[in-house]
Design a protein around this ligand. Sequence first.
Ligand code: ACO
Length: 374
Amino acid sequence: MAGEVQRGLEDVVALESQICFIDGHGGRLIYRGYDIRELAEQSTFEEVAYLLWYGRLPTRAQLDELRTRLARLREIPAELTGILDRIPKECAPMDVLRTAVSALAHFEPAETRPGASSIGGAQRLTAVLPSILGYFHRRRKGLPPLAPRPELGHAQYLLYALRDREGSELEGRALDIALILHADHELNASTFAARVTASTLSDLYSAVTSAVGTLKGPLHGGANERVMELLNECGTVDRVDAIVRGKLARHERIMGFGHRVYKVEDPRATILRDWSYRAGEAHHDLHYFELLRELERVVHREKGLYPNVDLYSGSVYTLLGIPSDLFTPVFAASRVVGWTAHVLEEYQDLRLIRPTAQYIGPVDLRYAPVDQRA
Ligand code: ACO
């Protein structure tokens, strides 16, 4: 007899993990024991990647070694660029990324080949995602292909790949922090998809392909792009109230608010609010910041909802000059670390993930041959 149905697997504890802890009532996010606020203040994306993969913070030598390795693994195989060249320029970058991760698996050297599914594969995927995004974006803009730029750290390389010029120190740090904040989030939908794929003993590249396809949806990774659409629709602060009330009256969701796990403000939103202000101030443009503050006020008043990570990230990316259809790919370029850390953990303690459904259809229908059906 099946138990009670938990729609959307809400509150179902599916597995044990040592990677990430979310305190939904206390508004805390912990990576391998370290509070996200401290990591965002003091560490870098590469340090966090090391922490998530290896379970401990790196020494200086280990960090330098990881940085060098990630920079060395940036290059895209010629066979893959051949495939990317055939994808229509109008395609959505998340669709391109999904195809590229899947195709890349065919052209990898032995140490990272699917089936090896090792930490080497995790690092390769993390290193190459910005190159794939940059390659596609530059091609659609008619720009020459990008150079691997090994002297740039991960965040600065991603920024350079997506807009053809390096960032200032503040811009690089803003993106670095956004990448830290997005690197993992326990069993979110895309990570769960990756773990389900890995739990069949499938390979790392297949698991990440599943995850990219899952992250793409607007209820997950695509929300910040919609937030920017809403801000542009509002235009000025005085229009926010009426527009939001109109949407809620039509039972539309306001993107960037609400969360399955957080019952208070998402701590990542708190940090990104600060960076939205800092980036706005640096660019002498607080337009989006002011709209977002008003949006927060109205949505909280009307629905009691708190901001999630997607509310402020789009405004930071826009100020950095990243086009809105690359927001979710930027998310993927960070979350790939969490996906791969979870996949590697899944292999360590493997149990096929296979829930059951409560069947609510008929069981006693009689089969009629095709010509006898009405
Ligand atoms: N706007 C308006 N109403 C909302 C919102 C929202 N953003 N979020 C939740 N609600 C309302 C629902 O309509 C529902 O109200 P009702 O009971 O009157 O019908 C109630 O709050 C509960 O909503 P659920 O969908 O049951 O809550 P759930 O835990 O499934 O939702 C989710 C989580 C999907 C993130 C939801 O809050 C949402 O759709 N938010 C907007 C999309 C978004 O910002 N996604 C990014 C999430 S963070 C990330 O993935 C990185």
